[in-house]
Structures are given as structure tokens and as C-alpha cells.
Design a protein. Structure first.
Length: 475
């Protein structure tokens, strides 16, 4: 039994920071601790690892018990400071006190008991961290510390950060990630536009001819963001940073007046934070169901697998993102001729070699490999000549199951003559994310997001570096 202050919190209020710290310091006590108004009782069990048995074996003297009581008193005072702080200056003071306590307590614990040094640090850090993470804990009025009531002038509401999205899947994801990371770093609430552009192809050149105009959301080309991504999970992730996030309807009055400056915003945001937010874009239930069904077909499982097809091991799966369509060649022509003196002739296959040769160089070490071809057309004959049935595409997987006959209807009631490009890109993105190996084109933002998502554990078949790295410093 470790006696606490007479003014310790009651059961209806916040738990004792000392008891919380002891729970962290000794996992065996997680279920055996019971709290009352003035004490923290450690039940003695048969395990030698319990905190109480450790202290009893050390034979704590009355002087050591008094010192422990003083430690408890300091911890209790710290709880008052941290739960009743209202201004930034007080938060700094409390943070310094917490840091000092986290350094001091391990020394005290080691001197006063047989508690191991490692556990002593965990105990002390548990005390400090618990109260730092509970700025909204219930306040308790006492004779020594008057109740502080927050007012609207103490915490003025900051205007939310508004932004818009544009273009294809990866541009939209990077736009969300950069803007949300910027809002978190700026300590601003953020409004997430509830729009996903299903066909963000950029076809129109800008007036200067050096870039392509952005494709913005419209009533025809977009659906709700939550149709393809789990927006609840995204909001919860943002809230872990202490920022309020709200998914708001896309409107022309608000979002239509904003520039789609996702590259500039990504460049001034915290890149590691932006990558973490990008990873928080997980599939919606519908997207998850479809990717699971397609993956089952790719692995040769279930009813969708081809007759006579041997099961494919997941660990041998390689996602090959190959850009070779007319729109990509058009993009490369613009990219390579930007008049700024920078060499950019790395948009296509390295050294103009065949894609099959470049893929083989990057996968020769893999056993039982098979390729998911994500490209602008069906898998090239040169790949099929080498890998046979072990190279396939999402589209070929669709054809083998009736469930995926009309994918668009799973996402929206809007009618399209075919599956919009970026709805297919969403499925490809999560299929690729589930495969252990990736080969892409570093100029493509789709490939760049996959490489970032994998913490750069990937390869690309073109030469040189990743242009996005100039703004997104995670590679």
C-alpha cells in the first residue's frame, strides 16, 4: 500500500497519475490495481514481477516511504497544472515541469525500491505523458487550487483551412495530404472537400504551352470522397494530432474560387506528416470489397480464378505500373521541353530498352514471381511471351467474375459508358499497395505515391530521380 495525498482524486474524477505510472511500469499490475479515494492498492499475486513484491523484497524503510509520498505529492501537483492550464505560456511551464519530473522520478524510484531502472523510466514517463495527453481532463476545485473556467476569449476559434482538389487520383491524394499536413502544422481546423474526380485526365494545354490545365470537380465528373475512401478513418487520424477535421460538401462558391495549388502547399508542409496523412487514405467498404475480390482472382483463389490456374503466392506478386499510352507520350513531350535548361529525357523506358528486359533485371532475384500489369492498355506481348499466364491485369480479373461486371454501379448511380479512369486507378492503387514488390515510372505521380507509401522500398524502370522529391521530401 502506497499512501497518497488526502486530496487525491476520487473515482469519479481523473485517476491518480502515480497509479497510472505504476500500471505502465509493471504490466502484471494492469488488472490487479484497485483505486479508492486516498490509496492505490496493489494486490499481491504469485508473479514475482508485481510492483508491490518488488518493493517488499527491497525492505523499504520509513524514510523511503516518506520520500515516495513526496514523489506522489509532486505528481499530484503536476496533474493540477496540466489539467487546469489555459494559456500557451502555462502549457510551456507545465511541459517543463513534466520533463523535469520524467527525469527525476526514475532516480527516486531506483533509490527507494528494487524496481528495475527500465521500469522506473516507464513509470516516470507514464506519469508525465498521461497528464500531457489529457488537457481536457475534468477539473477539481480544491482549497489550494481554484477552479479555472475557460472562456471564449481564452481559446478563440480559428478559421478553418479550406482547399480544393484537381486532376487524377494521385494529384488529388497529394493535394489532400499536403493541405491537411499544412493545417495540422498551422494548428488550424481543416475542411476536407467531399469530392472525388472520377476522370481527371488533363488534355488542355495552358496558354504558355508549358503545362496542362487542371481538371476541377464538376457535378458530372465527381462523386463523394467517402465512396472510395474511408473518410471516418481519415478524420480520426487527423484528430490524433489535436486538429478538428470536417468533411464538407464541395461548392463552387467556396471551392470553385480556390486555386488548386497542391504542389506549392505540399512543398511548404511537413513532408513526413503529409506522407502519414497520405497513408491514412484507406479504402471504403465498397473499395475494400472490390479489391479483395480482384485479389482473390489474381491469386487463383475462389470461383473467379481461371480454370487450370495454379495458386499464386502473395509474396511473389509484383505491381508493374507502366505508362505507355497516347496521353503519357503527350505529357512527356511537354515535360521534356520545358524551357528551363533542366535535362528531363527520362520519361520513358531507360535507354529506350524493352520493358520486359527492364522488369527482368529488377525481379531476377524473386522466386515464384507473377506480375500485376497496371498500364494504359493490355499487357504487352513481350511480357506475355516471358511470363505467360503469370502476367495479368485488373481488367482481365474483372472478366472472370460476374460480381465485377459493372464496377461503376458500386460507387455511384451516375451513368458512364465505361469505368472512369480514376475509379479504376483507385482499385489499382490498393491492389498495388497489397503487393510486396513495385516497379513504376518515377515521373508519374501515381508511381511516386506508391514509392512514398512504401518508404522508398521500390524500383522504377525509367532513369534518374523522382521529380516530386523536390516538393515531397520523403524519398
Amino acid at each position: 500500500r502506497v499512501d497518497m495525498l488526502s486530496a487525491a482524486p476520487t473515482e469519479a474524477e481523473v485517476p491518480s497519475p502515480f497509479s497510472f505510472g505504476m500500471r505502465l511500469g509493471n504490466p502484471h499490475m494492469m488488472k490487479s490495481f484497485a483505486e479508492d479515494e486516498t490509496t492505490v492498492q496493489g494486490d499481491v499475486d504469485e508473479q514475482d514481477g508485481t510492483l508491490e513484491s518488488q518493493m517488499e523484497r527491497g525492505g523499504a524503510s520509513p524514510g523511503q516511504s516518506i520520500l515516495l509520498d513526496e514523489v506522489c505529492a509532486h505528481a499530484q501537483k503536476l496533474s493540477h497544472y496540466l489539467t487546469e492550464m489555459q494559456t500557451p505560456s502555462r502549457r510551456v511551464v507545465c511541459l517543463l515541469r513534466a520533463a523535469s519530473l520524467a527525469l527525476l522520478l526514475p532516480l527516486v524510484f531506483v533509490q527507494t525500491s528494487t524496481l528495475p531502472v527500465q521500469n522506473a523510466f516507464v513509470v516516470a514517463h507514464g506519469i508525465a505523458a498521461h497528464w500531457l495527453e489529457r488537457p481536457e481532463a475534468p477539473r477539481r476545485q480544491s482549497a489550494s487550487m481554484p477552479l479555472v473556467v475557460a472562456t471564449t476569449t481564452d481559446a478563440p476559434q480559428q478559421a478553418p483551412h479550406e482547399y480544393t482538389v484537381c486532376n487524377g487520383l494521385s494529384n488529388q491524394m497529394l493535394g489532400h495530404a499536403g493541405n491537411i499536413a499544412y493545417a495540422i502544422s498551422s494548428r488550424m481546423p481543416v475542411h476536407i472537400p467531399d469530392a472525388f474526380i472520377v476522370d481527371g485526365v488533363q488534355n488542355i494545354k495552358s496558354k504558355d504551352g508549358g503545362t496542362l490545365n487542371d481538371t476541377l470537380p464538376t457535378a458530372f465528373n465527381s462523386i463523394p470522397l467517402g465512396s472510395v475512401f474511408d473518410t471516418r478513418a481519415l478524420v480520426k487520424k487527423i484528430q490524433t494530432y489535436g486538429i478538428q477535421a470536417t468533411v464538407v460538401p464541395y461548392t463552387k462558391d467556396v471551392h470553385g474560387t480556390l486555386p488548386c495549388s497542391w504542389i506549392e502547399t505540399l512543398g511548404k508542409s511537413d513532408s513526413v506528416l503529409a506522407r502519414d496523412i497520405m497513408k491514412a487514405f484507406v479504402p471504403s467498404n465498397v473499395t475494400k470489397m472490390i479489391t479483395h475480390e480482384v485479389m482473390s482472382v489474381l491469386l487463383g483463389e475462389g470461383k473467379g480464378g481461371k480454370k487450370g490456374q495454379k495458386p499464386r503466392p502473395l509474396e511473389g506478386g509484383v505491381c508493374l505500373h507502366h505508362r505507355d499510352g497516347a496521353d503519357w507520350h503527350n505529357h512527356c513531350a511537354i515535360w521534356e521541353n520545358i524551357p528551363d535548361g533542366v535535362w528531363r529525357h527520362n520519361c520513358l523506358e531507360q535507354g529506350r530498352r524493352s520493358i520486359s528486359e527492364l522488369v527482368e533485371e529488377r525481379t531476377s532475384h524473386l522466386a515464384n514471381k507473377w506480375i500485376l500489369y497496371v498500364g494504359d492498355h493490355a499487357p504487352p506481348d513481350e511480357l506475355k511471351a516471358i511470363y505467360g499466364r503469370n502476367v495479368t491485369s485488373r481488367q482481365q480479373a474483372y472478366a472472370s467474375t460476374r460480381l465485377l461486371a459493372d464496377l461503376t454501379s458500386y460507387f455511384t448511380d451516375k451513368e458512364f459508358t465505361s469505368l472512369p479512369r480514376d475509379l479504376g486507378a483507385v482499385i489499382d492503387y490498393f491492389l498495388c499497395s497489397d503487393l510486396p514488390h513495385f516497379i513504376g515510372n518515377s515521373i508519374s505521380t501515381f508511381s511516386a505515391t506508391q514509392i512514398a507509401r512504401r518508404d522508398s522500398l521500390a524500383t522504377w524502370y525509367n532513369s534518374q530521380s523522382i521529380p516530386l522529391a523536390e516538393f515531397f521530401k520523403v524519398y
